[in-house]
Design a protein around this ligand. Structure first.
Ligand code: CA
Length: 238
């Protein structure tokens, strides 16, 4: 069964999450300390980490940055304060897989967890064929969620992987914003409320990150298609 690390100093919230996880068949471990969370994360024994931003010793961003900096690819869901859009964008930018806004329902949290685990657990001994895209000199493997250039390889977060996969599916064609928002963020109305404007901003953050990751091959480009969306330009080998 999947093991989940809960990093949260508010006892009431931590035990609420732990109880819900246990009822859903997960094995939770709680820590209130950011430093301890880093130690746990480095050991790599968890399938997923739920990370609160406000911790008594070091904050959640530092934990996230440290873990990703050390190459820990365990999926991380951030717990953020209500309406703090900056927090969410920053967190996603430094490698969180998803975020959830307090207060939240257990049902909502479980949906996010299951969506992430479905994608990450799948690649041990599954029947799904590996999906590999050549992006100029880069090789993108959607199964292992890695982007490689020569000997160098980096693991993408779930959302980065989803967006790059979509761009690859639409290579040299326009990927419409609304379509990407719908497929990746589940937003059907791009002009909708708060969540949708957040998702659009966060999509821009992802595009910026992907551009940086792909910048060693100048033939590869993610273009803005004004008023429409994005286009991944890749060289077509004859
Ligand atoms: Ca807290």
């Amino acid at each position: 069964m999947s093991t989940i690390l809960i990093v949260e100093d508010e006892e009431r919230i931590a035990s609420f999450i732990a109880k819900g996880l246990r009822a859903a068949g997960f094995t939770p471990t709680i820590t209130a300390s950011g430093r301890e969370a880093i130690q746990f994360g480095l050991m790599g024994d968890f399938d997923l980490i739920i990370l609160d931003l406000g911790l008594p010793d070091i904050d959640g961003f530092d934990v996230l940055e440290e873990l990703r900096g050390q190459g820990v690819a365990t999926p991380i869901i951030m717990l953020t304060a209500k309406d703090d859009v900056e927090d969410k964008v920053n967190g996603l930018d430094i490698g969180a897989d998803d975020y959830i806004t307090k207060p939240f329902s257990m049902e909502e949290l479980l949906l996010r967890i299951e969506a992430i685990l479905r994608r990450t657990v799948k690649h041990d001994g599954d029947k799904e064929p590996q999906r590999v895209y050549q992006i100029g000199r880069y090789v993108f493997n959607t199964t292992t969620q890695t982007l490689s250039l020569g000997e160098q390889s980096r693991r993408l977060t779930t959302k980065e992987c989803e967006l790059l996969s979509l761009l690859c599916l639409f290579a040299n064609q326009t990927l419409e914003r609304g379509h990407a928002l719908n497929v990746i963020w589940g937003i059907t109305e791009p002009t909708g409320g708060h969540d949708s404007s957040f998702s659009q901003r966060s999509m821009d953050v992802y595009v910026t990150k992907l551009r940086r990751m792909l910048d060693a091959d100048e033939r590869v480009e993610i273009k803005n298609v004004h008023g429409k969306g994005y286009k991944l330009v890749v060289p077509v080998e004859a």
